[in-house]
Design a binder for this molecule. Structure first.
Ligand code: 2M8
Length: 457
């Protein structure tokens, strides 16, 4: 572990109490910390998620970051989104990583030499990955404008609108592998929750051996504790899936005929539907017709309920298209369809029950932070990345959903708990779901950005 990247040991009770005092000094200090973190991670036209672990530009990170920047540096919020969309491919896909050419080879693994994006059709002039991430960008653009509604913001929104529409069109036209109105992800990295237990079942079918990793040098384990990161076997499988997609020219035709990972993810599709709701509002602001966006949003919600809602467990589950079965692990992914304002009451109520259960513990006065995985599961791993720890972006999404469905008291509890995490441990990448100890990068951009948003609300 590199200097300064170690866990910060602060008792959860102490920092929740700090946040509960909520005095102006706390808020001023926290805001300062968040702004300093974002300033330190700013890189000419975008913000890196972390200087050490993730030194390039990441897609959904930039969306969350723009929401926070809008509170303090609105001009940067628009530059953040504009730089990401400059790397959009001709087919509309927004790549999940945009590589900074100024960085040395090996600054991140897997780098451009693995992706070889410029060999594919219709790619921009910069090296990128060929995958996508949850399309939270239209929502981010709308929120950025609402948080700083000035003429420059409106002009930026107008400029971004066609690119946001093209992003949705790519997902709808090229990634509806099952033809059921939902987007299929072709790699766990596309979910953003890379090694979530939700992917264990589909990943088990991907042929690879941990030994493959001896041929490569992982970058992440040089900067973070290997026990907190995905395993070598996970990485070997990640690379096998990247190679399969890349060698297919990143073409989406024929994916159903053998691509090793094909999954419909509830969070990804909730973001896809929320994007149409946001685009309807943006359309009204920029003088376009909101009607088609509203109609598409309705269809996405219907498809999510039809295909991914599991009435037996009362939550949403990913569907593995290779087996046509819902996966069984209960993760925070299942709660995120709450962000859809038109989610039917039956499903919304069931998700609130799930959120309040001992598995996730959302409450007016939360005893512990929201985990990313059922904390009662025998295989929960409180230190390992997306297999238990608490992350601010998933909490922020669930909180939005609770507000959208009339649960301000639960939303307030979740907000306090998230602010308490940062008050106690700093702008860490993720946090221990029992103790609140800070884990991963100690200066992580979306934690800082979403904290700013929570403080302002
Ligand atoms: C993590 O993912 C990257 C691969 O994309 C990695 O592990 O190297 C995830 O937490 C993802 O959600 C996030 O966007 C990215 C950068 O913060 O890091």
């Amino acid at each position: 572990m590199s200097a300064g990247a170690g866990p910060t040991r602060v008792g959860v009770t102490a920092h929740l109490d700090t946040a509960r005092t909520g005095g102006p000094a706390d808020v001023v200090g926290l805001r300062r910390l968040a702004v300093d973190t974002l300033d330190a991670n700013w890189e000419h036209d975008h913000t890196v998620p972390s200087r050490t672990l993730y030194p390039h530009q990441w897609s959904w990170d930039s969306a969350f970051i723009a929401i926070g920047l809008a509170h303090v540096r609105p001009e940067r919020a628009w530059r953040e989104l504009a730089s990401l969309f400059r790397a959009q491919w001709a087919d509309g896909r927004v790549p999940h990583i945009v590589f900074n050419p100024a960085l040395r080879v090996g600054a991140y693994f897997p780098g451009p030499e693995m992706w070889r994006s410029t060999n594919a059709q219709g790619t921009p002039g910069v090296d990128t990955s060929g995958l996508v991430q949850p399309p939270v960008h239209a929502l981010a653009a709308l929120l950025a404008y609402q948080r700083a509604p000035d003429p420059a913001g409106l002009a930026a929104l107008r400029q971004l609108y066609p690119a946001l529409v093209a992003q949705q069109r790519y997902l709808a036209d090229r990634r509806d592998v099952a033809g059921d109105g939902l987007v299929c992800i072709v790699h766990p990295w596309e979910s953003g929750l890379d090694n979530s237990p939700a992917w264990d079942e589909p990943m088990a079918a991907v042929g690879a051996e941990a030994a493959v990793m001896r041929a490569y040098r992982r970058h992440d384990t040089a900067h973070a504790d290997a026990a907190h990161r995905p395993t070598d076997l996970d990485y070997a499988r990640y690379l096998a899936i990247v190679a399969a997609y890349r060698d297919h020219g990143y073409a989406d035709r024929g994916l159903a005929d053998g691509h090793p990972f094909l999954v419909e993810c509830p969070l990804f599709n909730a973001a896809f539907g929320a994007a149409e709701h946001a685009l309807a509002e943006i359309a009204a602001l920029v003088g376009d017709d909101p009607g088609p966006h509203r109609a598409r949003a309705t269809r996405v919600t219907e498809a999510l309920v039809r295909r991914l809602y599991d009435p037996d467990t009362g939550t949403f589950q990913p569907r593995d298209l290779r087996t046509d079965r819902l996966v069984s692990a209960r993760t925070v992914l299942g709660l995120t369809p709450l962000i859809l304002p038109d989610l039917p009451t039956r499903q919304a109520d069931a998700l609130v029950v799930e959120a309040r259960s001992a598995r996730f513990g959302v409450a007016r006065h939360m005893e512990r932070p929201l985990p990313t995985y059922d904390r009662t599961a025998p295989d929960v791993e409180p230190l390992r990345y997306w297999r238990g720890p608490s992350w601010l972006n998933t909490g922020w999404l669930v909180r939005r959903g609770l507000l959208a469905h009339g649960h301000p008291d639960l939303a307030a509890g979740l907000r306090r708990s998230m602010i308490g995490l940062v008050a106690g441990a700093g702008c860490h990448e993720y946090f221990h779901p029992d103790t609140g100890v800070g884990l991963g990068s100690p200066a992580f951009s979306w934690t800082a950005a979403l904290l700013l948003d929570l403080l302002a609300d």
